[in-house]
Design a protein around this ligand. Structure first.
Ligand code: B3K
Ligand code: ZN
Length: 860
């Protein structure tokens, strides 16, 4: 497929200032009339043809300034419409198209989900609704009239503010007109029509505007939308307080639909969500679900400024809105919950998803320079590493200059389609700093390695710390390294190094040596505190050094990291876990009650994927699984009395009211981590306790955690509990997704047959992305030993699903195929099988561009 290059960017030859849409909803024959106010772009090529994008469209009628276009000047097909020699002045184009929302299985453009009409236009779905200049640097003011059968779609929602509604006499149909005064690119267009209930409230902005906020959900589920509504209100308040950004319309609507390709979408004034990230009740959602809802609601809302008011010039700039908005939602969640705990969760996610991506064939810079299919670039690198770049910028400039830079970025680019350069320029202007070196982070793929070696001079009471970075042969990067020294009894606060300011050293050279004076004893360096840069740290500390940090570091992130490092070392090199267990025991005694969430994270030893990540040699998933299982067993036994006591002490009274707040969630997390570790050491006791907890649980968090523990213990108890769970939640698709996922991740040979059975379960549907992700996605991404089975059957299962799904929903199929992204690191026999499978997929006739692109790049 042809590549689109950043270097080839040219402004559009035409602009569309206003769009008047009339959408007559019908299950199979939806009529769209678009009246477009077109004009030549002064920055474009004079006299160029007008080339409108289309995808799967059928043209019904076309006129230009009220008349038929000159014969022979128009070429129209499903994939585009071109008018040769269009007027060299502003003109009006009226285009009528017809589309079939029911047949739209790609879930891009206008489609029906459970009988509800909805849209998804980012990145290039608007062209599936009408012919258009479907690129983010063409900004238009939209007015949308939506008409539908009043019984089929009593609720009609659009972008912007509602201006008019009424009935169409004698037809049983009704309509609503929406006007969005803010110019926007087509990817932010949305409409919804259907039977929906809602919960609503009014929010008064700091500018004094009263905003009607509503969350719309499937009839009968309104009470499950309360938490999402509250999260919207908290997000609105937070963006005012943290960034001075107020909401800018009279209404803000969120709609939950059940068939959705990703998490959610930030359409102007009308965010559309995967119902998984809206619906929550204690009985159906876990603490993790509540946290995800809060984060994603915030993320989409924050896009109103970082993405919508200031949008992207082209799709290469995607990180401009996504990296920045992830940073903003992470800051929000940190303020709502525990900052330290949230930082750990962020870094775990980065290491689990972004590091492997950056180390494999699908690697790309945070700002890519070429793509065949843009929808394949909504990646952990663009999102998560993009957020880390913004965080480093804040660390480098300090909070005041960072905030000033953000304010200037918004002021200078409001209503514009901006670039990464525009973003950095705002910070340069406010801080007086040259960010040219820092800008390299956007263009250089791969995870840099930061190595550190120290030398203590007892006579001079000084400590020399040498930091070195390596990535590729290019210029060194700008790496903020937050650090400090830790002595046998705690932080060495008296040690000084002039180059370390506010606890941060900025490494700009390939290598540098720092001298600390007034160091009274041999220190252990605490490096990269708070994970101040997205790098791999190689400090080669001894286990005793890590244990000192675990006990005494003032930085909570590095205390957690110390436990992870010890666990990595034990899994890699073997050895006795006794000292580690003792240190964890002390941590539980000290912290278990005070910061349960932190203690739970310290107990959670690195996952199999994270271990694979750290391997410099080829990866053997079975060996990793065995090492991890053994360490968990040993820790479970060594810590047993404490774990038992915790599990007892943290039991909630059956009458306690469930609250998803961070402290209560932390207690549940620690109690469930204790249960899981007990089971790792003593499966019989573990199974009994898990079974009892499933029965006694008053919320989904405790019930699901116990089911997860039990799922790892083969036997009647497990099968009985799984069957009972399915029966209990037979009418709850989102809960059954959890049930699918738990079973797909069982690391046993029988899992393949189990998945084959589950594919036939009445609740499973290949047409629903959540179901596919729960069953096949959890297997591909969360069951490393079975996915990479010796007989190749795990790979085949995923490949067959990708091939089948590609015919109906290429975007979701392509995402699933990225599970093969780390195949080259696998041990030889498995790598060969993966390669063969990727080649087989690549050769499928009629393969989508989405899947073809992932297959081709994976093989590169
Ligand atoms: N901007 C959307 C993602 C669109 C993905 C298109 N394939 C959601 C978000 O990041 O907020
Ligand atoms: Zn986003």
């Amino acid at each position: 497929p042809p590549l689109i290059h950043l270097a080839d960017y040219r402004p559009s030859d035409h602009l569309i200032d206003r769009v008047d849409l009339d959408v007559r909803l019908d299950p199979h024959r939806t009529r769209v009339t678009a009246v477009l106010a077109v004009r030549p772009n002064p920055g474009g090529e004079p006299g160029a043809p007008l080339r409108l994008d289309g995808d799967d469209l059928s043209l019904i009628a076309l006129d230009l300034d009220g008349a038929a276009p000159t014969p022979g000047t128009v070429t129209a097909g499903p994939q585009g419409l071109e008018i040769a020699g269009p007027p060299q002045r502003p003109f009006t184009l009226t285009v009528v198209t017809e589309i079939d929302p029911t047949a739209n299985t790609k879930l891009m453009g206008l489609y029906r989900s459970g009988g509800v009409y909805c849209t998804q236009c980012e990145a290039d779905g608007f062209r599936r609704i009408t012919y258009f200049l479907d690129r983010p640097d063409v900004l238009s003011v939209y007015t949308t009239r939506i008409e539908a059968d009043a019984a089929e779609a009593p609720v009609l929602l659009g972008n912007g503010n509602p201006v008019e509604s009424g009935t169409v006499a004698g037809t049983g149909r009704h309509y609503a007109v929406w006007h969005d005064p803010h110019p926007k690119p087509a990817y932010l267009f949305a409409l919804v029509g259907g039977r929906l209930d809602n919960v609503a409230t009014t929010f008064r902005t700091m500018e004094g505007r009263d905003v009607r906020v509503a969350v719309h959900v499937e009839p009968g589920k309104a009470e499950r939308a309360a938490y999402a509504l509250d999260a919207v209100v908290r997000s609105m308040r937070w963006d005012e307080e943290a960034f001075g950004r107020a909401y800018d319309l009279d209404v803000f609507n969120v709609v939950a639909v059940s068939d959705f390709n990703m998490g959610a979408m930030e359409n102007k004034g009308l965010n559309i969500f995967n119902d998984k990230y809206v619906l929550a009740s204690p009985e159906t959602a876990t603490d993790a679900d509540y946290a995800a809802i809060e984060a994603i609601i915030a993320h989409e809302y924050f896009h109103n400024w970082s993405g919508n008011r200031v949008t992207c010039r082209d799709w290469f700039q995607l990180c401009l809105k996504e990296g920045l908005t992830v940073f903003r939602d992470q800051e929000f969640s940190s303020d709502m919950r525990s900052r330290a705990v949230h930082r750990i969760a962020e870094v775990r996610a980065l290491r689990a998803r972004q590091f492997p991506e950056d180390a494999g064939p699908l690697r790309h810079p945070v700002r890519p320079t070429a793509y065949a299919e843009i929808n394949n670039f909504y990646t952990a690198t663009v999102y998560e590493k993009g957020a880390e770049i913004v965080r480093m910028l804040k660390t480098l400039l300090g909070p005041e200059a960072f905030r000033a830079g953000m304010d200037r970025y918004y002021a200078d680019n409001d209503g514009r389609a901006a670039t990464v350069e525009d973003f950095l320029k705002a910070f340069e202007a406010e801080s007086g700093r040259d960010l040219a070196g820092f800008a390299q982070w956007y263009g250089r793929p791969g995870t840099p390695t930061l190595s550190a070696t120290g030398r203590y001079d007892a006579a001079a009471q000084s400590y020399d710390l040498t930091l070195a970075q390596s990535l590729d042969d290019g210029e060194p990067l700008v790496i903020p390294v937050a650090l400090g020294l830790v002595g046998a009894g705690g932080a060495l606060d008296g040690a000084v190094c002039p180059e370390v300011r506010d606890g941060v050293y900025v490494l700009t050279a390939r290598e540098a040596t720092l001298r600390f004076a007034d160091v009274p004893e041999p220190p252990v360096p605490s490096l990269l505190r708070g994970f101040s840069a997205p790098v791999r740290l190689r400090a080669e500390l001894a286990q005793a050094d890590h244990l000192r940090l675990l006990a005494h570091d003032t930085d909570p992130f590095n205390r957690w990291q110390a436990a992870q490092s010890v666990a990595h070392g034990l899994m890699r090199d073997g050895g006795s876990p006794a000292a580690f267990a003792e240190a964890l025991g002390l941590l539980l005694d000290r912290e278990g009650a005070r910061d349960s969430a932190f203690a739970a994270l310290a107990l959670a030893i690195p996952g199999e994927g994270e271990v694979a990540n750290e391997m410099r040699a080829e990866v053997d998933p079975d060996a990793i699984h065995a090492a991890r299982t053994a360490l968990r067993r040993d820790l479970g036994r060594a810590l047993r009395p404490r774990l038992d006591a915790l599990w007892e002490a943290l039991t909630e009274a059956p009458s306690a009211l469930y609250s998803p707040d961070a402290a209560a969630a932390g207690r549940r997390a620690l109690r469930n981590a204790a249960l899981d570790l007990v089971a790792a050491g003593d499966p019989e006791t573990g199974a009994a306790r898990a079974g009892a907890q499933i029965e006694a649980a008053t919320n989904m968090t405790d019930r699901l955690a116990a089911l997860g523990t039990l799922a790892l213990i083969p036997g009647e108890a497990r099968e009985g509990a799984l069957a009972a769970f399915a029966e209990r939640y037979a009418d709850e698709p989102l809960v059954l997704d959890k049930w699918f996922a738990i079973q797909a991740m069982i690391p046993e040979d029988g899992t393949l047959a189990r998945i084959a059975r589950l594919k036939e379960h009445p609740a499973f549907a290949m047409t629903n992305p959540n179901r596919v992700r729960a069953l096949v996605g959890s297997f591909a991404f969360g069951n490393p030993t079975q996915f990479a089975r010796a007989d190749g059957a795990g790979f085949a299962l995923v490949a067959d699903t990708v091939a089948a799904l590609d015919r109906t929903n290429p975007q979701v199929a392509a995402k699933l195929l990225t599970a093969f992204g780390s195949w080259r690191k696998l041990r030889k026999s498995r790598a060969c099988q993966a390669e063969e499978i990727l080649n087989r997929i690549k050769a499928i006739p009629g393969l989508s561009r989405d899947v073809g692109d992932i297959a081709a790049r994976s093989l590169m």
